[in-house]
Design a protein around this ligand. Structure first.
Ligand code: ADP
Ligand code: MG
Length: 158
């Protein structure tokens, strides 16, 4: 588990761009954390880091938005689904098996159908208003280089 602290929206955006620049085709990023934690903020900057110039918004009502950058990017927000079958209805298996980068906000809601190899990022608000803790956990060899790079930014206090 890697812990990274940011103290502002801008710092989170820098982290997201870095993550985006390190992602490869087929990678899966799972984001969790309370409303307002920073999932969409991080996602927007990851998508930027993947070379997308388009304006990125949260797909709360549509479940998924798609973007074309150095790779194809699918941005899911599964907050409003009431059953995982809704995911299969929109072609979940095809999305996960594709060459895209898949980013999933509120991933814990569909925990039982998440692919095994993935990066999990849990965002916590800390005591100070703009302070956030990113708990980053990766499952699978494919994320080795990304993890090595992120370790450089790890918060090692306490
Ligand atoms: P979520 O998608 O998790 O509901 P958003 O990214 O939509 O959250 O909202 C996060 C809000 O918190 C934004 O208004 C953002 O500017 C603000 N914010 C303040 N500090 C930070 C920080 N360190 N990292 C990310 N967002 C922050
Ligand atoms: Mg959001």
């Amino acid at each position: 588990m890697i812990r990274i602290i940011t103290e502002s929206t801008e710092q989170t955006e820098r982290l997201g761009k870095l993550i985006g620049s390190l992602l490869n085709s087929g990678d899966i990023i799972c984001l969790d954390g309370d409303l307002g934690a920073g999932k969409t903020t991080l996602t927007k900057s990851i998508v930027k880091g993947l070379g997308v110039d388009e304006y990125v918004t949260s797909p709360t009502f549509t479940i998924v938005n798609e973007y074309e950058g150095k790779v194809h990017v699918n941005h899911f927000d599964v907050y409003r689904i009431s059953d995982v079958d809704e995911m299969y209805d929109i072609g979940y298996d095809e999305y996960m098996d594709s060459e895209s980068v898949n980013i999933i906000e509120w991933s814990s809601i569909i925990k039982e159908i998440l692919p095994e190899d993935r990066i999990e990022i849990n965002i916590e608000r800390l005591e100070k208003d703009n302070k956030r803790k990113f708990n980053i956990n990766s499952i699978g060899e494919r994320y080795k280089d990304l993890v090595e790079e992120l370790k450089k930014y790890e918060d090692t206090s306490n």
